[in-house]
Design a protein around this ligand. Structure first.
Ligand code: BV8
Length: 251
């Protein structure tokens, strides 16, 4: 389907035209059309590996070079990718609304490259290194650094990807800011996420309970259909382009 074949309910358009505060929550699906593999789809990034093998502190403690090797593979792959129209529309929405926050589970950095600035990368970022001795030591870590034993530039201790792994707590401030934002939002858009990873997966329900209009834009139905007022099915690059046109955003 092309962007002109998507239709939106008058209630949705009215909500977006009158909204003062909008939250956008994204997952791997928004980067799929940029060529970044998703986690649980057919091209699943993790089909080769079980999550427990890699994205956990235990895996890193067991074999940090193996974990770095996998992250360096992803860093190189993602660096070659470009933001797609869905990322660009999200950046345009930020300019449109006085109250706006993007909460992304993605660690690929594509939202920032598309121009988003009011953003919480709630699961971290592939292009930052965190010190294993002092978590306040965080550094840019460009993809050309392919060492599997990188060290902290500040203190020389071993470095780890600045990523939230399974079984690790998210930054409490990130969670608080995200919950506060959805609670006070007029509209929360949920784009390209399977809705299985907590605590982020609980945000759409919180938005709904707080009176926000919840809009799911996804390739296929997910857990979040049950809490959404609107479900726009299709690839985000097309559905978001169609929505931008409907709202008269600059192309
Ligand atoms: C924590 C970094 C506690 C890694 C990630 C049992 C029940 C409930 C919860 C748990 C449980 N067992 C364990 C838990 C907790 C666990 C969890 O939720 N597990 C799940 C799997 C059951 N959560 C945690 O461990 C979290 N921490 O709970 O800590 C704690 C508290 C105090 C003290 C100590 C501990 C940490 C979670 C963060 C994990 N890290 N990423 C890395 O990336 O290397 S999560 C990982 O999954 C990614 O960040 C990813 O973003 C995220 C979610 O996946 P999605 O983004 O949704 O991607 P997915 O492929 O699944 O879906 C894509 C969707 O897009 C699909 O629906 C598809 O249809 C759609 N799509 C595809 N193409 C398109 C599209 N849509 C539109 N257009 C397209 N073109």
């Amino acid at each position: 389907m092309n962007p002109s074949s998507y239709s939106f309910s008058p209630q949705l358009i009215q909500a977006l035209e009158t909204a003062r505060s909008v939250v956008v929550l994204t997952g791997a699906g928004i980067s799929a059309e940029s060529g970044v593999p998703t986690f649980r789809g057919a091209d699943g990034l993790w089909n080769d590996y079980r999550v427990e093998e890699i994205a956990t502190p235990e895996a890193f403690a067991r074999n940090s070079e193996f974990v770095w090797d996998w992250y360096n593979y992803r860093r190189k792959l993602v660096w070659e990718c470009r933001p797609n129209p869905a990322h660009e529309v999200v950046a345009l929405l930020e300019k449109r609304y006085p109250g706006f926050l993007l909460v992304t589970q993605n660690v690929d950095g594509l939202h920032r490259r598309a121009g988003s600035r009011k953003i919480i990368e709630i699961h971290g970022n592939l292009f930052r290194l965190r010190c294993t001795r002092d978590p306040d030591h965080r550094h840019d870590h460009p993809p050309e650094n392919s060492s599997t034993t990188p060290t902290c530039p500040t203190c020389g201790a071993p470095g780890r990807p600045d990523i939230v792994w399974f079984g690790e707590a998210l930054d409490p401030e990130d969670i608080d800011r995200s919950m506060e934002a959805v609670t006070s939002s007029d509209v929360t858009l949920v784009i390209g996420t399977s809705g299985v990873v907590y605590p982020v997966a609980s945000l759409p329900m919180l938005a709904r309970r707080s009176g926000a209009r919840v809009v799911l834009l996804n390739l296929e139905p997910t857990e979040h259909v049950a809490v959404a007022h609107d479900f726009i099915q299709g690839p985000a690059g097309q559905t978001m382009t169609a929505l931008a046109r409907e709202l008269g955003l600059p192309e």
